[in-house]
Design a protein around this ligand. Structure first.
Ligand SMILES: C[S@@+](CC[C@H](N)C(=O)[O-])C[C@H]1O[C@@H](n2cnc3c(N)ncnc32)[C@H](O)[C@@H]1O
Length: 226
C-alpha cells in the first residue's frame, strides 16, 4: 500500500521496530504478505499493538479479523508478559487463514495463547465470554460501525478498543492516493463514510478517551474511562 507518511519514514519506523524482534517466523509472515499483497498491519504498528497491550496490562484480547495471525503474534507476546496465561481470541471468516495462523504461531511458540474461531467476527465475538481487555478491529470496513457498537458496551473501564485503517489512505480527510486503479479507488470510496462515521461516534462518546495514532494507515485507540 502507498504509505501516508513518506516511504522513507514508514521504512525507518519499520526498521526500528524490526530491530526489536528477530524471529524468522515473523519475517516469513511478512514475506507472505508482500508476495500475495495480503494487508497485514506491518512491523511498526504491530510493535505498537504489543506495547500498548503491555502498558494496559491486558490479559485477554479479542481480534476481529485476524488474517493468518500476524497482528495476533504481537498481542500474544503482550498477554504473556506478566508470566500469566493470557489469551488472544482470533476470528476470521477464512478457514485457510486459521490453518496458516496455527502453523506460524506454533513455530513461534505462541499458539498456546491463541483461541482461533472461524466464522463471522461479530458472531464469534458475541459468543466470547468476559473478561475482554482489548478489542482489536481489522475486519471489512463496512463492518466497522457494528464492531464498535458491539465492543463499546462490552469493554470494562480501562479496556481498549483499537481499530486499524482509520485514516484509510487519507480518504477520510478527502485525500486520495496517487496512481490508483479506478476500481480499487471506487471500492475504498464506498466504505470511507463507514470509517468516518465510526470514528466520529467514538470521539463523541463520553465513556471513551480517544486518540488516533498515524502509524501506517492510522490506528485509533479508545480507552474506556466511564
Ligand atoms: C486486514 S486483514 C487482517 C489482518 C490482520 N489483522 C493482521 O494485521 O495480520 C482482514 C481479515 O479479516 C477477515 N474478515 C473481514 N471481514 C470479516 C468478518 N466480517 N468476519 C470475519 N472475518 C472477516 C478477512 O478474511 C481477512 O483475513
Amino acid at each position: 500500500m502507498q504509505p501516508l507518511l513518506s516511504r522513507a519514514i514508514d521504512g525507518y519506523l519499520d526498521d526500528l521496530a524490526a530491530a526489536e524482534i528477530s524471529d524468522p517466523v515473523l519475517t516469513d509472515m511478512e514475506r507472505r504478505a508482500s508476495e500475495l499483497g495480503f494487508p497485514i498491519v506491518g512491523r511498526a504498528a504491530g510493535r505498537f499493538l504489543e506495547w500498548i497491550a503491555g502498558l494496559a496490562g491486558a490479559s485477554r484480547v479479542v481480534e476481529l479479523g485476524s488474517g493468518y495471525g500476524y497482528s495476533a503474534y504481537f498481542f500474544a507476546r503482550a498477554v504473556g508478559e506478566a508470566g500469566e496465561a493470557g489469551e488472544v481470541v482470533c476470528t476470521d471468516g477464512d478457514p485457510d487463514n486459521a490453518e496458516l495462523a496455527e502453523a506460524y504461531l506454533r513455530r513461534a511458540e505462541l499458539w498456546d495463547r491463541i483461541d482461533f474461531r472461524v466464522g463471522d467476527a461479530l458472531t464469534a465475538f458475541a459468543a466470547v465470554e468476559d473478561p475482554v481487555d482489548i478489542v482489536y478491529c481489522d475486519i471489512d470496513k463496512d463492518g466497522y460501525p457494528d464492531a464498535w457498537a458491539a465492543a463499546a458496551q462490552r469493554l470494562p473501564v480501562g479496556g481498549l478498543f483499537i481499530c486499524d485503517n482509520v485514516l484509510w489512505y487519507g480518504r477520510v480527510a478527502g485525500v486520495a492516493p496517487e496512481e490508483q486503479d479506478p476500481q480499487v479507488a471506487a471500492a475504498q470510496d464506498a466504505v470511507t463514510p463507514a470509517i468516518r462515521a465510526m470514528t466520529r461516534e467514538i470521539t463523541d462518546d463520553p465513556r471513551y478517551a480517544t486518540t488516533l495514532v498515524p502509524i501506517r494507515d492510522g490506528l485509533l485507540v479508545a480507552r474506556r474511562i466511564a
